[in-house]
Design a protein around this ligand. Structure first.
Ligand SMILES: Nc1ncnc2c1ncn2[C@@H]1O[C@H](COP(=O)(O)OP(=O)(O)OP(=O)(O)O)[C@@H](O)[C@H]1O
Length: 625
């Protein structure tokens, strides 16, 4: 035989231009497709040989770049094909696969289909024609007595078989690069794509650039990635080194977990908890998805729940469908199982770390706290395990769990604080109140304005087992805890006096300000602001969601402490009637002091405060001179 012509039996003979047009930005996937075909062929050869009791040479893929001849050659020592197999698998199957692909693109509409299919498998061998004007396949099958064969095709429906001199079992594919794709012959560009897709493929992949006479072959991949190794043989340093290779710009990871499951789906992987850079937004797409060590995508949305989006690393599974639309991915039972498995593993590993090395857990809390709280709100199973291990800073600056908090409540207050957690809003709550509770040995939990209002609300709405949770802000709880039992006849007078000065007949003011009198054990604080707990939550939530449209006025109550000397004196001055103006100034001052020790003064109030302070100090100095 010299040559034999054949014709591809597809109905669409314009596949090539269509694919070229649609997949313009993704031309480089031909590298992944051809190299993974080569690896598959090597695996098939060794599996077949093993079943027949033979040895096979170590698998190897070699890639040659030849700028002068404008060719890229990919050779493997896999099982090879004889002529009829090339005809069946390459000429017919690969092309009909491509035709099916084009039909799908046509029916699904341009952009959706592109998003869903590109970057996934499916185009296979045909992708070679995205960059090549001519493709030659030379192959020698492993079957004894096979004759080598050569198939040549220009990307249209015609092809030709001719004789080949190939003497080693395996397949060599030569791409004659089209004029518009010559940049793939550049080693730097080629290598970049090759390492992106093929860094962990299971057989050594050698790359050689023939345009550099001194160049030698470089092996570009690690054939046994970390996730394929037995975790019991790995040391911390192995994980850290792997992380450095995958994410060279990142600081050392905090900790990691090794995933390995065979049933009911197969999945291996390593997930790292990165050290977050507070000044940079959280980087998503830190988890790479592989299928049989072939890079598929760095978007694992729908597979890994949102709250684990900050994790980094790799997961490798053949059970994640690669060639289906996103919506069907969501309904896929395997995906749900995989997602649940990952959630379970993450929560178990955090729990283990907490129990075995609490110091390390606490150190990592700054980086993981947000995602743990977010995870509890998003996923019930995660919540069941992790709520116990959520930490808050207490008054002493220690990180404590909710259980620790309960245990720290002094005996005398246990009944009053049953199931209740007193919180202090960082930069908003009144520091003097915290000090008063501290003097009684009562800790408070420091909360932020972003995630904590949501987390607290979540805990209150959702029990874990039989346990209920109730959070109370320090200003609303302090009177329950520290109110002195004795009441004084002056209490009503003080309330009226303050109300008259601060609210008077002003109806608008009345909507936002109320006055109450509570004598606290500690007489040093003159007054503090209290906001109704539900109101406060609503305000926190809308604020944390950045919703200023809802910034409705919040009614605050100025709680005045009648035991405080300044308050007592102010009442006396007021009642004497000669220096009513001074008494009024003191009242305003008390109010401003309460604002100052909680959320601060507005700039308008600040000005008034400063000028009033000056006049008060002047007045005071008259008494001394
Ligand atoms: N290097 C090779 N050695 C041996 N057989 C090959 C080689 N490349 C391709 N083939 C054969 O050609 C067939 C078609 O390849 P193609 O890449 O189009 O699709 P696939 O690999 O089966 O599927 P997909 O790429 O969509 O995962 C393969 O199934 C295989 O039988």
């Amino acid at each position: 035989m010299t040559t034999r012509k054949g014709s591809i039996s597809v109905k669409t003979n314009d596949i090539f231009p269509i694919i070229k047009k649609w997949l313009y930005s993704e031309h480089d996937i031909f590298i992944r497709e051809l190299v993974s075909n080569a690896c598959d062929a090597i695996t098939k050869r060794s599996t077949l040989a093993r079943s027949e009791g033979h040895e096979t040479p170590a698998g190897k893929v070699s890639i040659l770049l030849n700028k002068e001849a404008k060719t890229i050659t990919i050779s493997d020592n896999g099982l090879g094909m004889n002529e009829s197999e090339v005809e069946k698998y390459i000429a017919q199957l690969a092309f009909s696969g491509a035709e099916e692909f084009v039909q799908k693109m046509k029916t699904m509409g341009n952009n959706t289909a592109k998003d869903e299919i590109i970057g996934k498998f499916g185009l296979g061998f045909y992708s070679a024609f995205m960059v090549a004007a001519k493709v030659e396949v030379e192959s020698l099958s492993m079957q004894p007595g096979s004759k080598p064969t050569k198939w040549t095709c220009l990307g249209d429906t015609e092809y030709e078989f001719s004789e080949s001199t190939k003497s080693e079992v395996g397949t060599t594919i030569t791409l004659h690069i089209a004029e518009d794709s010559l940049d793939f012959l550049d080693k730097w560009k080629f290598n970049e794509t090759l390492t992106r897709y093929c860094s962990f493929m299971p057989y050594p992949i050698g790359l050689m650039d023939l345009s550099n006479k001194e160049a030698t072959e470089e092996i570009i991949n690690e054939t046994t990635p970390l996730w394929k190794k037995d975790p019991t043989t790995l040391k911390d340093e192995d994980y850290k080194e792997f992380y450095r290779k995958m994410f060279p710009m990142d600081p050392e990871p905090l900790f990691w977990l090794h995933l390995n499951v065979d049933h009911p789906f197969t999945l291996q992987g390593v997930l790292f908890f990165p050290k977050l850079n507070q000044s940079k937004p959280i980087q998503e797409n830190g988890i790479q998805l592989y299928s049989k060590q072939v890079f598929v995508s760095d978007s694992v949305k729908n597979i890994v729940p949102d709250f684990l989006g900050l994790l980094k690393g790799a997961i490798d599974s053949v059970d994640i469908p690669l060639n289906v639309s996103r919506s069907s991915l969501q309904g896929d039972p395997n995906i749900k199982k995989i997602s649940n498995y990952i959630i379970k593993k993450v929560s178990e590993s955090l729990k283990k770390l907490f129990n075995s090395d609490r110091e390390r857990y606490e150190k990592a809390w700054e980086d993981i706290g947000l995602f743990v709280k977010y995870g509890c709100m998003q996923d019930e199973k995660f919540d069941e395990v992790m709520r116990k291990f959520v930490l808050f800073k207490n008054t002493d600056g220690k990180l404590v769990t909710l259980e620790d908090y309960q245990a720290s409540v002094p005996e005398a207050y246990k009944e009053k604080l049953k199931d209740k957690y007193v919180y202090f809003e960082k930069n908003l709550s009144d520091e003097s109140l915290r000090k008063q509770l501290q003097a009684e040995g009562i800790q408070v939990l420091e909360t932020d304005q972003y995630i904590d209002p949501h987390f607290m609300q979540h805990c209150e709405m959702k029990k874990v087992g039989e346990q209920t949770f109730k959070f109370a802000s320090i200003d609303s709880e302090i009177e329950n805890l520290l109110e002195a039992t004795d009441t004084h006849a002056d209490d009503i007078k003080i309330k009226d006096f303050f109300k008259q000065v601060l609210v008077g007949d002003n109806k608008e003011k009345e909507m936002t300000l109320d006055v109450d009198v509570k004598s606290l054990k500690n007489a040093s604080s003159s007054a503090y602001f209290k906001v109704d707990e539900q109101m406060k939550r609503f305000q926190q939530m809308t604020k944390s969601m950045g919703n200023s449209a809802f910034s409705m006025p919040v009614k605050k109550t100025l709680v005045v402490n009648p035991r405080n000397t300044l308050i007592k004196n102010a009442l006396k001055i007021w009642e004497k009637g000669e220096k009513k103006e001074l008494a009024e100034k003191i009242v305003h001052h008390v109010q401003d002091l309460a604002s100052l020790s909680s959320e601060g003064l507005t700039s308008e109030d600040k000005e008034k405060f400063v000028s009033r302070s000056q006049s008060l100090v002047q007045e005071l100095s008259q008494f001394i001179v």
